[in-house]
Design a protein around this ligand. Structure first.
Ligand SMILES: NC(=O)c1ccc[n+]([C@@H]2O[C@H](COP(=O)([O-])OP(=O)(O)OC[C@H]3O[C@@H](n4cnc5c(N)ncnc54)[C@H](OP(=O)(O)O)[C@@H]3O)[C@@H](O)[C@H]2O)c1
Length: 239
């Protein structure tokens, strides 16, 4: 039988990006540990499905790129203990082919939206933000992703001081098998991509959402960790 995690039992956990992938896996784990959940994302149908999957959750729609929707989603939520933001889409694009509007969109999604959530929800215990390995390993077309995701990791360290004693931590996921990895690919292309990634990773497999969820639970419940960003990438940045 699953043992309730006493640390999360009865706490209110808001997972932005909780309708899919890593956020959904983390929400499911937090629910099993006795947390009360609010899930946020853009698509209300996906949110409703996710809420059923985790055994019940409040849901709010918002788009991190649209300030007014973030403000509205935070209204009247009540006391929040933990805020987790996994929401975001990584889009590689050659620097030469992008312009200020694309850059603003990236910054709104990865930094301004999440910072607004932190400010509006003012979680009492912890914040967990998610970046990505392009913060550490530059790839063709990653310039603005690298800028934005490095900013997320900088925000983790700065907010750990500014919001203390609230703890603020981050996760850097490597390639994880979620709907994001599959987007725009056929089943065969997805399997080929996973096989190619697995072959070059030291752990010889791609990540699964639970790998990230486990780390999120650790960061929410370990009372002595703050200002830390943990790489959960199967060794990707080493090779
Ligand atoms: N999967 C990977 O290999 C990988 C690798 C490195 C980093 N990451 C990062 O890890 C995070 C989680 O990714 P995932 O793989 O779990 O993706 P996913 O399965 O696509 O889930 C993303 C979640 O965020 C929501 N979302 C996306 N854009 C949003 C926006 N603008 N405003 C509000 N909600 C939004 C999505 O719902 P809606 O679409 O309905 O809004 C969904 O709930 C992302 O930030 C991603 O960049 C992923």
């Amino acid at each position: 039988m699953q043992q309730a995690d006493e640390t999360l039992a009865g706490s209110h956990v808001v997972v932005v990006g909780g309708s899919s992938g890593m956020g959904l896996a983390l929400a499911a784990r937090a629910a099993r540990a006795g947390a009360r959940l609010t899930l946020m994302a853009r698509d209300p149908e996906k949110l409703a499905r996710a809420a059923r999957e985790v055994g019940g959750a409040a849901v709010r729609t918002c788009d991190l790129r649209q300030e007014a929707t973030v403000v509205a989603a935070c209204e009247g939520l009540g006391g929040v203990d933990h805020l987790v933001v996994t929401a975001g889409e990584y889009r590689a694009a050659a620097f030469a082919e992008t312009g200020p509007q694309d850059w603003r969109t990236m910054l709104e999604e990865r930094l301004i939206g999440p910072m607004l959530l932190v400010k509006r929800l003012a979680p009492a215990t912890s914040v967990v933000l998610v970046s990505g390995t392009v913060s550490r390993k530059i790839l063709p077309g990653s310039t603005w992703g690298t800028i934005a995701l490095s900013g997320v990791e900088a925000a983790v360290r700065a907010l750990a001081i500014e919001l203390a004693p609230v703890r603020v931590n981050g996760i850097v996921p490597g390639a994880v098998d979620t709907p994001l990895l599959a987007r725009g690919r056929t089943e065969t292309a997805r399997e080929d991509l996973k096989a190619a990634i697995a072959a070059r990773l030291p752990v010889r497999r791609v990540g699964v959402p639970e790998d990230i969820a486990q780390t999120g639970m650790f960061l929410m419940t370990n009372p002595f960790i703050t200002g830390e960003t943990i790489l959960v990438d199967g060794g990707a940045v080493l090779v």
